[in-house]
Write a protein of this length. Structure first.
Length: 99
């Protein structure tokens, strides 16, 4: 399956990495971002591997999640596409998640 990362998800990841730069070394942050991106690519071959996301169940769109360290990758399957809606630092308020 093809994987599409929405611009809002890219922006969320960039903001999170920038915020974490005050607390972690650049090498750690590069590794973290690589791990997140590797998991996103992995979703193309394993789209149903993620758990359903209960925080977005009210939307009734089948959002799923996979976890990489403290990051939650929120996505949904749309026909033959995996659409990544948000890359969410799980230490943030879950109410700020984008569906």
């Amino acid at each position: 399956m093809k994987v599409i990362v929405l611009p809002q998800a890219e922006e969320s990841l960039k903001r999170s990495i920038h915020h974490l730069s005050a607390f972690f070394e650049p090498r750690y942050l590069r590794d973290l971002e690589r791990s997140v991106r590797r998991k996103i690519r992995w979703l193309g071959g394993n789209p149903v591997a993620g758990q359903f996301e209960p925080e977005l169940a009210w939307m009734n769109m089948g959002h799923r999640r996979v976890i990489v360290r403290n990051f939650k990758i929120v996505y949904r399957i749309n026909d033959d596409l995996v659409v990544v809606n948000d890359i969410f630092d799980s230490r943030r308020d879950p109410g700020r998640m984008k569906g």
